[in-house]
Design a binder for this molecule. Structure first.
Ligand SMILES: Cc1cc2nc3c(=O)[nH]c(=O)nc-3n(C[C@H](O)[C@H](O)[C@H](O)COP(=O)(O)OP(=O)(O)OC[C@H]3O[C@@H](n4cnc5c(N)ncnc54)[C@H](O)[C@@H]3O)c2cc1C
Ligand code: FES
Ligand code: FES
Length: 493
């Protein structure tokens, strides 16, 4: 059992133990590693000032020749969970006395004033250059969505992103894919890790068997996906839970499997990977995930974390409720017993505000959902105060299965026939809801009157909570209007 997290930081091997391993990465970089280039502004994952690049050698795989570096926010990630990864900070970008292309572009475009956001923009832009030799406006916007600047204004920053070009010499993957470092990381991740300080213990096992045994002994332990939730809470002053279980060393939890029926994502699969895999299986879900947080969050946060977080406004939940979603859980009811596995349909998972129907000690191992049938018209929507990087006030998932159109006597055109309907909402009750009554009311010929009746039924049957994101009546009207817009789009064909 290791008692340290192994990180390669700007190419240098670091073993990090005890108190330091339980710090947030950004704080550790600044206070312990002496790398002050990484800034902390919001400490909530919202501004991107703390962006670093991270590549991980996935446990249980063969060494790869080239690492795959992606941007992440370092303010809400524990050092312990960076175990086995390669981190590059802004200090690692320069080549000798030459600035990196992103640094040079920010300088020549006068894209910095106070400079506080600048390292974050440089790192986000550098992540973009790892995938694109040059960027068009859309690509640049996608990569910079997670970064805020308070004084320069975005025009020169976007200009820098549009003019910058990748160079072979500055490729982060090329400079930092040291075969020895990759082999060392993979070797370390074959051993479980246990770090402890001041009454807080974090265990990272290498097998599901060990994980459920730990949970049987510590049913109160907090399971960690990417810990984006924990990071925000700790930075807001909440104490670290006394027992933490990190799943980052369990190889099988990184698996994505596409089958004829649908897809399965392990508990460690990131939302960025879920989006990529879903492009073929559930294209509307993949499109919708573009609106989920920023690249820095999606590159680490997991789909299972979004499900287990159980927020009534969790963005993926209405989709999973209408797509035959099921969570698969494992536990070990007694420390000597065998591993028990079961599946829970998404429609039975939520039992109250932030309450799941999981038994104490149960871990979600993976989630499955069905392929979107070609004949279904699915639409996922989210209403928030701004388009990007915002939490929804209301979200909706609608899917109608249409049969052949039937022309009625004297009808000007044939109306679509609804042979199946699935409707779910987030943000309209203490938990995400599937609306079976509305679904029944939609069966048959789809007419303007039927859509209107369904919208009224939605408004009258939901019981939204009022909070800072919207009053109860705003949510009621918005939910009904989202459905109206969708229904009328389907009607128009
Ligand atoms: C800046 C920012 C933007 C965000 N934007 C959005 C957004 O647009 N839409 C949205 O819906 N959410 C958003 N979130 C919320 C959050 O990032 C997501 O819920 C994310 O999917 C959580 O994933 P994670 O891996 O970090 O989960 P974690 O934080 O690790 O876990 C979340 C919860 O799930 C539990 N858990 C995790 N894995 C398991 C498991 N395998 N078994 C049992 N329990 C488990 C944890 O104990 C914890 O209670 C945002 C968060 C931040 C910080
Ligand atoms: S400091 Fe704002 S995202 Fe980390
Ligand atoms: S240059 Fe000051 S915040 Fe961006």
């Amino acid at each position: 059992m290791r008692n340290f997290a192994l990180i390669h930081l700007n190419g240098v091997r670091r073993e990090i133990r005890g108190r330091e391993a339980l710090m947030m990465l950004a704080e550790w970089l600044r206070k312990e590693a002496g790398l002050n280039g990484t800034k902390i502004v919001c400490a909530e994952g919202d501004c991107g000032a703390c962006t670093v690049l991270r590549a991980s050698s996935r446990p249980g795989t063969a060494p790869t020749a080239s690492l795959h570096f992606e941007a992440m926010n370092s303010c809400i990630a524990t050092v312990a969970q960076m175990d086995g990864t390669h981190i590059v900070t802004v200090e690692g970008m320069q080549c000798g006395d030459r600035l990196s292309p992103a640094q040079e572009a920010m300088r020549t475009c006068h894209a910095s004033q106070c400079g506080y956001c600048t390292p974050g923009f440089v790192m986000a832009m550098s992540a973009m250059l790892e995938r694109h030799d040059r960027a068009d406006a859309r690509t640049a916007a996608n990569y910079l969505t997670g970064n805020l600047c308070r004084c320069t204004g975005y025009t020169p920053i976007v200009e820098a992103a549009l003019t910058v070009r990748a160079t072979e010499t500055h490729s982060v993957a090329r400079r930092y894919s040291d075969p020895q470092a990759v082999a060392e990381s993979l070797a370390a991740t074959k051993q479980s890790m246990f770090v402890e300080h001041d009454g807080v213990k974090l265990f990272a096992p290498i097998s599901l068997q060990e994980a459920v045994t730990f949970m049987a002994m510590h049913p109160e332990a907090r399971v960690l996906g990417a810990a984006t939730d924990l990071g925000v809470q700790v930075n807001k002053g909440k104490p670290m839970p006394a027992a933490l279980l990190s799943l980052h060393l369990i190889p099988e939890l990184y698996e994505s499997k596409v089958t004829r029926r649908g897809v399965s994502f392990g508990a460690r699969v990131t939302l960025a990977d879920v989006r990529r895999v879903s492009e073929d299986v559930a294209p509307e879900f993949a499109r919708f995930l573009n609106l989920f947080a920023s690249p820095q969050i999606k590159n680490v946060a997991t789909l299972v974390g979004n499900i287990a977080n159980a927020s009534p406004i969790g963005d993926t939940l209405p989709f999973l409720l209408i797509a035959g979603g099921e969570v698969h859980v494992a536990s070990r009811p007694s420390a000597k017993g065998s591993v028990r596995k079961r599946a829970i349909p998404m429609t039975e998972l939520y039992v109250g505000y932030k309450k799941l129907s999981l038994d104490p000690g149960e871990i979600i191992t993976h989630v499955t959902f069905d392929r979107t049938p070609a004949k279904d018209v699915m639409r996922l929507c989210k209403v928030s105060q701004r388009k990007d990087l915002d939490i929804s006030a209301v979200s909706g998932a609608f899917s109608l299965t249409l049969g052949p159109r039937r022309r009625g006597v004297g009808a000007a055109s044939a109306a679509p026939q609804v042979v199946g309907a699935r409707i779910a909402f987030g943000g309209v009750a203490a938990m995400p809801v599937r609306m079976h009554e509305v679904e029944l009311a939609l069966q048959g010929e789809l007419t303007a009157e039927r859509i209107e009746a369904a919208a009224h039924l939605i408004a009258s049957s939901i019981k939204p909570i009022a909070d800072v994101r919207g009053s109860a009546s705003y949510r009621r009207v918005t939910a009904a209007n989202l459905f109206r817009r969708y229904g009328n789009e389907v009607l128009r064909g």
